[in-house]
Design a protein around this ligand. Structure first.
Ligand SMILES: [Zn+2]
Length: 480
């Protein structure tokens, strides 16, 4: 890393020109030894070091990252920001600061656990207007579709469809549903009748349905008190995830609506997913860093920080998820950052039944995945697809985000592939510092994050006043 040449590049016309140099630029066409040219907010060229043009670049104004990797900014389509209404759990300022520090340049907020939940245009507008400051990174919003609220009359099929269409027209990037209890009374599980109202208008608009795929039996009773991880995880069997995915494959086939299964934990589903993809169904899959890093065998029996739904499974399952990622059966990575106040994790009484289910990992996603991928000789280009270009497609953002290529937003991460460091929760930008990654040693660290041509995080510090934009879905689902 050459820190000497960090001054601003010369301006050309009204646009500031910058040249970012590295021996490892991760582009859709492979890893390039060369330079990225940026004008204003946009990447205008990738110049290979063997090109004649490279020799004529102004070395004085070049920002030279040496052997650091230049990766496309990570796109995290699955974050629970919890603003408005539950900012004591997280909030836009801390979440987007953590994203910038973690190499995430686009973050998409889930419709829960904000209050109100984002299930119609009014609640979407309330959420957006609750931001009295710009986010540190670009961000978008998912809408939600829910079952009938307790004590209310069911909406008709056409009323449900109109509500979903209005959300899409208002710019949500996807529509999220739960097939089981979400943990919030105001976001009840959706039924087949309601899914059949939601999916056709989404199919018509080319917008995927984001699905929490666990089909918990109707007679399932939530345990009152559990003090062992494995006793708790056994209450949510692998079968309930398989059943849910099979159901969604069927509805995907019947309605033509694209389905994005979020936080896949059970690798046994991969063969079904594989066949659905071969059949040509528009189904895509997300998994999360905690399913790729932790495994049941290594989780202490008395630590609710690891509680999430679906539960983290065994080591052999984890390795099959990695294989699925490599083969393209799994398409995207999302953090599913789902924090809560520390007291809601019941770390003192160690009650898994009472503890909030969710893992806090937003800032750590890229280094955790990088570290784990390098242990397995996993390809860097494939990693960039799963963390940037594939989520951009699912989110309808691929016209401007997700790739280091001319014409794209200059969202770039300078990543030190060899720095080793130990995770300390208190040093993270998350509002709350509780994370199961506490004390974990990782190899690979974000050095600098560029958002639309400006550095927003560098060498441990946020460097700019926040200027993130709110994003709208800009296109139909592309082929992933
Ligand atoms: Zn989630």
């Amino acid at each position: 890393m050459n820190n000497a040449n960090t001054k601003e590049a010369a301006s050309h016309g009204a646009l500031i020109r910058k040249v970012l140099r590295s021996s490892r630029i991760v582009t859709p066409n492979g890893i390039v030894d060369g330079a990225i040219e940026v004008k204003g907010e946009i990447i205008t060229g990738i110049i290979d070091s063997t090109d004649a043009q490279f020799a004529s670049l102004d070395r004085e104004s070049m920002i030279d990252y040496g052997d650091f990797c230049l990766l496309p900014g990570v796109i995290d389509g699955h974050v629970h920001v919890n603003q408005p209404g539950r900012t004591e759990w997280e909030g836009g300022k801390t979440a987007t600061a953590a994203a910038a520090a973690g190499g995430i340049t686009t973050l998409v907020d889930m419709p829960l656990n904000s209050s109100p939940v984002t299930i119609d245009v009014a609640s979407l507008q309330e959420k957006q207007s609750s931001y009295d400051h710009a986010p540190y990174v670009d961000m978008g919003f998912h809408g939600g579709a829910i079952g009938t609220l307790l004590g209310t009359n069911p909406l008709s099929q056409s009323e449900i469809a109109i509500q979903v269409e209005a959300l899409v027209d208002a710019g949500v990037l996807g529509v999220k549903v739960f097939l089981c209890d979400s943990g919030l009374d105001e976001f009840p599980a959706i039924t087949e009748r309601e899914l059949r109202a939601v999916m056709p208008p989404l199919a018509a608009r080319g917008v995927p349905l984001w699905v929490h795929a666990e089909l918990v039996p109707l007679d399932w009773v939530s345990p009152k008190s559990i003090h062992q991880y494995r006793q708790w995880s056994s209450t949510r069997s692998k079968m309930i995830e398989l059943d849910a995915i099979e159901w969604m494959i069927k509805l995907c086939r019947e309605t033509g609506c694209a389905v994005h299964i979020v936080h896949l934990a059970n690798a046994e589903a991969l063969s079904r997913i594989h066949h659905a993809k071969i059949e040509g169904l528009p189904i895509t899959i997300e998994t999360c860093p905690h399913y790729l890093y932790f495994c049941d065998e290594h989780i202490p029996d008395d630590d609710p920080r690891y509680k999430c739904c679906p539960p983290i499974r065994e080591l052999s399952n984890r390795e099959l998820l990695w294989q699925g990622l490599e083969l393209g059966e799994i398409d995207t990575l999302g953090s599913d950052h789902s924090p809560c106040p520390p007291e809601m994790k019941f770390l003192d009484t160690k009650d898994f039944a009472a503890a909030w289910g969710g893992i806090s990992s937003l800032q750590l996603m890229l280094p955790v995945i990088w570290h784990s991928a390098m242990l397995r000789d996993f390809g860097i280009s494939r990693l960039a697809e799963c963390m940037a270009s594939a989520p951009a497609k699912v989110l309808g953002l691929s016209g401007s985000k997700g790739r280091i290529a001319p014409g794209m937003d200059a969202d770039i991460v300078a990543f030190d592939p060899d720095a080793t460091w130990i995770v300390k929760g208190e040093q993270l930008y998350h509002r709350h510092k509780v994370t199961p990654y506490e004390g974990v040693e990782l190899r690979g660290k974000v050095f600098e994050t560029w958002l639309r041509g400006k550095s927003v995080f560098r060498d441990g510090s946020l460097t700019e006043k926040p200027f993130g934009n709110f994003l709208r879905r800009s296109g139909k689902l592309d082929d992933v």
